[in-house]
Design a protein around this ligand. Structure first.
Ligand code: 0CM
Ligand code: SF4
Length: 314
């Protein structure tokens, strides 16, 4: 006799429109130009996705200097500093930018504020490729980074009256609200978006976790350790009362002993985690438990982004 367990499956979960588009860009580029097609940085932060594309002919590198001049190169969904396409142009390379349009939107915001003479404060995680890409839209020193509300006290802007803020797209909605409040308290004239620049997919996936958190004893988030939005989902689980909130890359990562005696578990997936891995996790639960799967849908997503024109032409 298998023990009974209810699995609350969050919706939305998994792939967002930006990830879907970025993966399509790599697949279509390989179709158009043949292998190898180079990709600067993991196209999205998921080993399974990267491995499958590698099998089709993608070569993943960290820097443009690792690419030959005569093969196409794709820039990852997280965005790149301005210097990267500039260098590709200088080398006469064929390149396709798979930056998510919602990240590009933040790049444009930063440029607009800069043109208005404002210095920027970016809320984000130091070293994350999206942060490097967004900060790299403006000259050195024009974007000051804050990671926490405490960092706000240490900011030394050129002119405290001439500031704007932008954010990484994959932050915790609740933590960011606290940092924005600290910025507004110290710099009442700071200009910014209505709330922050967190994308719809990040917002919706966090809201779904908040809804299932009171019903579950454990939460599993399918995603990679370098995926910011996935790690934020684990934190949202813990912050909303889930004592065991864990990131797993796939079913083989599940610590079954930690789930001993648990009768209600939540499952979600970061924006870069493919549905096959979610199904794999559900199947692993079905093998061990008398399983009931309950879908908890807190939003519907029908947003789609077009691939760049160069790939739409046959
Ligand atoms: O930014 P993050 O680390 O969450 O990236 P990801 O590849 O896991 O998710 C999709 C995106 C973007 C931008
Ligand atoms: Fe775009 Fe958001 Fe998806 Fe990142 S998580 S690719 S910003 S939709």
């Amino acid at each position: 006799m298998k023990p009974a367990l209810t699995l609350y499956l969050a919706a939305p979960r998994g792939f967002c429109a930006g990830v879907d588009r970025a993966i399509k860009i790599v697949e279509m580029a390989i179709e158009k130009w043949g292998a190898p097609v180079f990709v600067r940085h993991e196209i999205v932060h998921n080993k399974f996705v990267v491995d499958s594309l590698r099998e089709k002919g993608a070569v993943f590198v960290e820097e443009l200097s690792d690419c030959p001049d005569d093969r196409p190169v794709i820039f990852s969904a997280h965005g790149v500093p301005k210097s990267v396409p500039a260098e590709a142009q200088r080398r006469n390379m064929v390149y396709v930018d798979a930056t998510c349009p919602l990240v590009s939107k933040v790049h444009i915001e930063a440029e607009r504020h800069h043109a208005d003479g404002l210095q920027m404060v970016m809320i984000g995680h130091a070293g994350h490729p999206e942060v490097l890409g967004t900060m790299g839209q403006l000259p050195e020193g024009e974007v000051l980074l804050v990671e926490t509300a405490e960092d706000v006290a240490h900011l030394a802007p050129r002119d405290p009256e001439r500031l704007a803020f932008i954010t990484q797209t994959t932050l915790s909605v609740d933590d960011t609200a606290g940092i924005v409040a600290a910025l507004k308290a110290r710099f009442p004239g700071i200009v910014g978006p209505a709330k922050e620049d967190i994308c719809y997919a990040t917002t919706n996936r966090q809201a779904a976790v908040k809804t299932i958190a009171p019903r579950i004893e454990a939460l599993l988030v399918i995603g990679a350790p370098n995926s910011s939005n996935s790690r934020r989902l684990v934190e949202v689980g813990s912050a909303n009362g889930c004592a065991y909130s864990q990131l797993v890359q796939r079913a083989t990562d599940i610590d079954w002993r930690a789930l001993d005696g648990v009768r209600a578990v939540g499952v979600t997936a970061g924006a870069s985690a493919p549905e096959v891995l979610i199904n794999e996790v559900i199947d692993a639960f079905r093998a061990r438990f008398d399983l009931t799967v309950e879908l908890v849908e807190t939003a519907r997503e029908d947003i789609e982004f077009k691939v760049p024109r160069v790939l739409r032409m046959s």
